[in-house]
Design a protein around this ligand. Structure first.
Ligand code: ADP
Ligand code: MG
Length: 398
């Protein structure tokens, strides 16, 4: 099975649909972070420079299957036009008269956008025939399909799966890069292979652990989920995040790790706080001494040393989930230390997870020093869980 890249298409004079992820944050109609738009540019530029007539499909926010001015793609079309230094006309509908007119007026090398695909209820319909119907309306207006929105490839949606099935298709540069990275880390990573997991809940990451445990050499666990592990080892965790109903699962994981010879590395000390707040009173304590009424909100300094040492000789590192409540400066040290240890590692370093990627940006860690920062939080998690993603499977051809 292989996935075609855009270079394998002759695109000159063709109408090429590109499904991008332009779901940018807006405040009062203004884009507050245009990262996703900038990330979509290389594929669009590539196609344009080769004479394609590029038609962008994207969603923004969570409209309820009908037009909704506050989720219009207009700010994204304007911003994209500024970056590309050309007009990017926006059709006023998803696949109606305006879309047909805008596409009909495109010349080779020009770019247009259709309105938010989620303004049409068929985009996210549970009924396959509904999604197929919308896709076939688009397919009549174009020649080729390029999947470039990694943030949506785990979704069964008309602009992601059905349209890909209806037209000759390829992966855009973003999706191609993501697929190659995950294939490598899930297949035959260079060793030692270390996975760092954190974030809030074990229950969110259980499938990831189960899928990776037979392939990793070391599993480092921090963040809120470490407290369920510590509780499984009989420690009291005060009022830290604890999922009591997961303790049995965690005991099983610890047992499996022992059986298959995977080292699980847990914190030895933590930063505790007397409330969940930026101005809480804090202390650093051993994981054996967490007092009642206090909660662990970051890993401690001894733990940072251990984690850094365990990352030092790794040849592949995958990181998913912050080590602490990095949104508050007082609890961001552990997350920043792990991120920086990755930037100093010369092996393959991959960040997967929406909040982990956000932490890298917020904590001003040099993004260029990672091998790969995934652009799709949910999609990267499902990849790590070993699921097959519908928007990727549909691109595979023999
Ligand atoms: P990702 O999106 O990278 O997969 P998650 O969504 O699983 O990560 O988790 C991110 C959240 O976990 C962050 O909002 C962070 O504040 C929270 N978190 C990390 N450590 C703790 C902790 N010790 N207690 C409570 N929340 C935590
Ligand atoms: Mg998250």
């Amino acid at each position: 099975m292989s996935i075609r890249g855009i270079d394998q298409f002759d695109v000159a004079g063709k109408v090429v649909f590109v499904r991008s992820d332009l779901n940018v944050p807006l405040e009062a109609g203004q884009i507050t972070d245009d990262g996703r738009i900038r990330a979509s540019v290389p594929t669009i530029e590539n196609l344009r420079s080769r004479g394609a007539r590029v038609v962008i499909l994207a969603h923004l926010g969570r409209p309820k299957g009908e037009p909704d001015a506050k989720n219009s793609l207009a700010p994204a079309a304007t911003r994209l036009g500024e970056i590309l230094k050309c007009e990017v006309p926006l059709a006023s509908d998803v696949c109606g008269d305006s879309a047909a007119t805008v596409i009909g007026h495109l010349n080779d090398g020009e770019v247009a956008m259709l309105e938010n695909v989620r303004f049409d209820p068929r985009e996210t319909s549970k009924a396959t025939d509904q999604r197929r119907e919308l896709a076939s309306e688009w397919a009549k207006l174009g020649d080729l399909y390029v999947s470039d929105g990694f943030g949506v490839v785990h979704r069964d949606q008309a602009s992601v799966t059905e349209l890909a099935a209806a037209l000759p298709h390829a992966a855009g540069l973003l999706v191609k890069a993501e697929v190659e990275v995950f294939a490598k880390v899930l297949g035959q990573p260079d060793r030692p292979y270390v996975v760092v997991l954190g974030g809030s809940k074990v229950s969110d990451k259980l499938k990831v652990i189960e899928n990776l445990i037979s392939n990793v050499d070391r599993l480092i666990i921090g963040g809120g989920m470490c407290f369920t592990f510590l509780a499984a080892l009989g420690k009291s965790v005060g009022s830290s995040l604890l999922e009591t109903e997961q303790i049995e699962n965690v005991k099983n994981i610890l047992q499996t790790a022992k059986t298959v010879g995977v080292e699980i590395i847990l914190p030895v000390d933590v930063v505790i706080a007397d409330k969940f707040a930026a101005d809480a009173n804090t202390q650093i304590v051993s994981v054996d001494d967490i007092p009642d009424g206090w909660m662990g909100l970051d890993i401690g300094p001894k733990t940072i040393d251990i984690f850094q040492a365990k990352l030092g000789d790794a040849k592949t590192i995958v990181w998913n989930g912050p080590m602490g409540v990095f949104e508050m400066a007082a609890f961001a040290t552990g997350t920043k230390a792990v991120a920086e240890a990755m930037t100093k590692n010369s092996g393959m370093t991959v960040v997967g997870g929406g909040d982990s990627a956000a932490a890298v940006r917020l904590l001003k860690v040099d993004e260029s020093k990672f091998s790969h920062i995934s652009t799709g939080g949910g999609a990267s998690l499902e990849f790590l869980e070993g699921k097959s993603l519908p928007g990727i499977s549909v691109l595979e051809d023999n």
